[in-house]
Design a protein around this ligand. Sequence first.
Ligand SMILES: [Cu+2]
Length: 79
Amino acid sequence: MHSPRFPGQLLTTATGPVQASALMPALTRVVDMTPVSPGTWTIMCDIHDHTEAGMIAQLVVKPAGSGTSPSLAGRRALA
Ligand SMILES: [Cu+2]
């Protein structure tokens, strides 16, 4: 199981806002994260051992109208 979250941000799901969204093996889930401001936001797995193993990345959100798309950088992709 994984439990991705953006610390300091809520995820919007079909059933309402959550801090983290539990993902069971072989399942996918669509959630939205609307940052409160441009900047660098961390996405990480809520399972400590997974984070320590590298399941953490940063999402760079540029100001609206900057002409660039958000980019994701990290040590390992989240499944
Ligand atoms: Cu995990």
